[in-house]
Every structure is written in C-alpha cells, then in structure tokens.
Design a protein. Structure first.
Length: 199
C-alpha cells in the first residue's frame, strides 16, 4: 500500500487529479482526439518500420486503442495484447488477430484468452516493434504515472522496441514527474496535439 507521505503521496495526488481530468472528456471529444492520435502514430517512423504493434485494451477511461489496432492490421502489421500473469506484476503479450473473444483479467481489463501451448512474446527479441504504453500523466522526459501496480515498468525494463506513450495532450505535464529508479521512461509521446521525442 502506498504511504501517505513523500513521493507516493505526490503520485497519488497526480493520479486523482488526472483521473478526474480524463473523466471530464465527453465521448464525442474522446473520439475526435483519438482519431488525431492515430494519425500522429502513423506518421511516426518507428511505427512505419515496425512489423508488430504491442497495444492494450482501454481500461476505465484510458485512450481507446481499437482504431490503432485496426490501422495496424490494415498496414500489414501484427498486433499483440497483454495479459497479467503470475506474481511479481508480470505482463505477457500474445499475438491476436481480432479484438473479439477477450475476457476480463485479474485486474478487470480485457485480455487475450490463451490456450495451453500459446507462447508469449519475448520482450528482448522485439527490436522491430512499437509498444503503446498507457498512463494517467507523462512528462517531457517520458516518465509516467499510471495506476501504480508496476506491470508496465516490469515489462518495459527488458523490452527492446520503441516505447510510445499514447496520451491526450492535457495529460502531458509541464513539470517533471516524480519517478523511482525502477520506473522506465517511454521514447516518444504521441498525443492528439503533437509528437514529442523524449530521448
């Protein structure tokens, strides 16, 4: 459980503030902004040269990635979605060819249903891929505050492709965010307003 003082407290305050801000968007606003994010994503050289898109299924009011997945398939790319597996906040990605047939996972988000013998992707062998990273707020250096469980940071620590934060422009902080040594920054931010190279 997060402490009530220091960096944990400031991250919790950020979570509360940006959850409220994100929830203020109307469905119409979301649709318009997400279409702009798809357009900017497809302008990114890392996306154009990738053969695989690691996406996610929107949870609560997260950026909806369905149109991004559909565009990736139309562009001849493979798409993989994550599952929360095991202890230690482990995230595993599986290639999917549809967004149908997903089921709620351990944290309530929709995930791929896997069969015995299905093998997750090795994050250390995905050089020509792009991973869409959700977050409540990002800063210009690519650090993010998410829900605090650590699943993405654990996965990204070994991931060798391009890490792309997909976000509404209002979720980009003008100030550096608190972060720990285990927090992994994204390489690029793609928003409805612009593309920011973080490193």
């Amino acid at each position: 459980m997060a402490s009530s003082c220091g960096e944990d407290a400031s991250k919790n305050a950020l979570r509360d503030a940006y959850l409220t801000l994100r929830a203020s968007l109307t469905p119409r606003q979301r649709g318009r902004l997400e279409a702009q994010v798809v357009r900017h994503l497809t302008e990114l050289e890392a996306y154009r040269s990738a053969d695989l898109l690691l996406a996610y299924v929107a949870y609560r009011d997260e950026m909806d990635t369905r149109a991004m997945c559909e565009r990736a398939w139309a562009d001849g790319k493979s798409v993989a979605l994550p599952r929360c597996e095991g202890g230690e906040q482990s995230l595993a990605f599986y290639v999917v060819d549809t967004l149908e047939g997903l089921a709620p996972g351990a944290r309530g988000a929709l995930e791929p249903v896997v069969d015995d013998g299905d093998v997750s992707l090795d994050p250390t062998a995905l050089q020509t891929s792009v991973c869409l990273v959700p977050g409540l707020v990002f800063d210009a250096a690519g650090y993010r505050v998410g829900y605090g469980a650590g699943y993405y940071d654990n996965f990204l620590a070994g991931y060798v492709g391009t890490k792309v934060g997909v976000v509404h422009a209002m979720q980009v902080s003008g100030n550096p965010l608190p972060h720990d040594e285990h927090d992994v920054a994204v390489d690029v931010l793609v928003s409805d307003g612009a593309i920011w190279m973080c490193r």
